[in-house]
Design a protein. Sequence first.
Length: 178
Amino acid sequence: MSNQTRSDTRLLRLNVGFLLKEGAGYSREFVFDEPGILLLEDVAVEGLHGTLRLTRTPQGILVQGTLHTQAAAECVRCLAPFSLPYDVTFSDLFTYDPNTFVARDPYNPYVVDEGGFIDLTPIMREEGILALPIQPLCAPDCKGLCPTCGQDLNEGTCNCEREHIDPRLASLRALLDD
């Protein structure tokens, strides 16, 4: 990842007040093309690209589209850092009631607040956390580290002796070596 880290969550806080003044069916596209690292509370993403279509509905604002990004991960086998790409697909309705303005609520991000803004940061953060696999791998065929000397087996073999196993369990060992 690059060295340019920003904690600017205003990028994902969209002013939709002009959409609220339009009739149902009116839509507008928002294009995201942000290089560098963006810090979304406690999740860092690198590069944010894509287009979202915001449409006025009788209930509020419908957000549809896909944003592409990547997050830093560490391979569980070789401990190498790598960037894990993922997509966040939006198809969410942000409700709006002109008679009662709702303050920003961390437990319900799907509302248009009193200033006419919607905040996509909580959704991007949640999707970023969910996009990371429990055991991320830099490559499906990653060989990992030697358990004895720590040599990265993707870069070459080591000179460690293999343990001698009981011949009755050799067929099970063959499964592990594949």
